[in-house]
Design a protein around this ligand. Structure first.
Ligand SMILES: Cc1cc2nc3c(=O)[nH]c(=O)nc-3n(C[C@H](O)[C@H](O)[C@H](O)COP(=O)(O)OP(=O)(O)OC[C@H]3O[C@@H](n4cnc5c(N)ncnc54)[C@H](O)[C@@H]3O)c2cc1C
Length: 221
C-alpha cells in the first residue's frame, strides 16, 4: 500500500548523509532492519522508487531514514538531498530479510550501516545490546555515520576501519580475511553483513571459509 508522507525534520549526519524524519501512517508496521521503497512526490520523480531502511523503532510515532546522497548523479538521493521540511515522500510497505536473530557480529560498509542502526536501537531499548560487535568499514573518518552513537552504545565492541585514512580511534585497512581472523575468535555465532554488493559477497565467503554456518549469515538477498 502506498502512503504520501510529509517530511517533519532533516538533520545532517555526515558531509553527504542526512537523517530524515517523516510522518508515520496509522498502523504502519516494520521490523528493525527492514526497508521500503521510497519516491519523492514531485511530477518528475514520483515514479522513481529506491529502497531505504528504517532507522526509527516500530513503536515510535514517526518514521526515520538515514540516507547517503550521490550529489554528482541525477538520481533519487540527489533529490532527497534537496528536500525541505513539508515536502512529501511516497512510501510503500516494509520488506527485507535483515532482522535480529541473536547475538553476533555485525559487519557494515558505508551506508550499509542503516539496518543495524534500527536493530541496535531496538536492542538498547530491551537492554540486550551487550555481547554484539560492530565492524564498520569506511573510506575516511568523515564518512563514519553516527560514530559517537556507536562508540557510546557499544564501547570496545565498536571497531571502525578506514581504508584511506590513518587516525587515532580507527583501524587502518580493509575488512579482509586477515582482519576477520584477527578480530573474530568465535565463528559459532550470528553474522550480519550489509554494504556494497561485492563486499557482502566477499565477506560472506570469508566467514564461511572460517567456519561460520551459512544459515547464520544474514544479508539482504
Ligand atoms: C534493501 C536496501 C536498503 C537500502 N537502505 C539504504 C539506506 O537506508 N540509506 C542509504 O543511504 N542507502 C540505502 N540503500 C542504497 C540506496 O537504495 C541507493 O543509494 C539508491 O537507490 C541510489 O539511488 P539514486 O537514484 O540516487 O541512484 P541510482 O540512479 O539508482 O544509481 C544507482 C547507483 O549508482 C551509483 N552512482 C553514484 N554516482 C553515480 C554517477 N555519477 N553515475 C552513475 N552511477 C552513480 C551509486 O552507487 C548508486 O547506488 C539501500 C539499498 C537496498 C538494496
Amino acid at each position: 500500500m502506498i502512503h504520501m508522507l510529509k517530511v517533519l525534520d532533516i538533520q545532517p549526519v555526515t558531509h553527504n548523509v542526512k537523517k530524515y524524519r517523516l510522518e508515520k501512517p496509522k498502523g504502519y508496521f516494520f521490523i528493525p532492519g527492514q526497508a521500503t521503497e521510497v519516491a519523492v512526490n514531485t511530477a518528475k520523480w514520483k515514479n522513481e522508487f529506491r529502497p531505504f531502511t528504517f532507522t526509527s523503532l516500530p513503536e515510535e510515532t514517526h518514521l526515520e531514514f538515514v540516507i547517503k546522497s550521490y550529489r554528482d548523479h541525477d538520481g533519487v538521493t540527489n533529490q532527497l538531498d534537496k528536500l525541505e521540511i513539508g515536502d512529501e515522500l511516497i512510501l510503500d510497505d516494509a520488506w527485507g530479510a535483515i532482522q535480529y536473530k541473536g547475538k553476533g557480529v555485525f559487519i557494515a560498509g558505508g551506508a550499509g550501516i542503516t539496518p543495524f542502526i534500527g536493530i541496535f536501537r531496538s536492542l538498547e531499548e530491551k537492554d540486550e545490546l551487550i555481547g554484539n560487535t560492530l565492524l564498520f568499514a569506511n573510506k575516511t573518518s568523515g564518512d563514519v555515520i553516527m560514530e559517537s552513537y556507536f562508540r557510546k552504545a557499544l564501547g570496545n565492541d565498536f571497531i571502525s576501519v578506514l581504508e584511506n585514512e590513518q587516525i587515532g580511534g580507527h583501524l587502518h585497512g580493509r575488512i579482509d580475511k586477515e582482519f576477520i581472523k584477527n578480530h573474530i575468535r568465535d565463528f559459532n555465532q550470528e553474522f550480519y553483513v550489509c554494504g556494497p554488493e561485492q563486499m557482502v559477497k566477499d565477506i560472506s565467503k570469508i566467514l564461511k571459509e572460517l567456519g561460520a554456518k551459512p544459515e547464520a549469515i544474514t544479508f539482504e538477498k
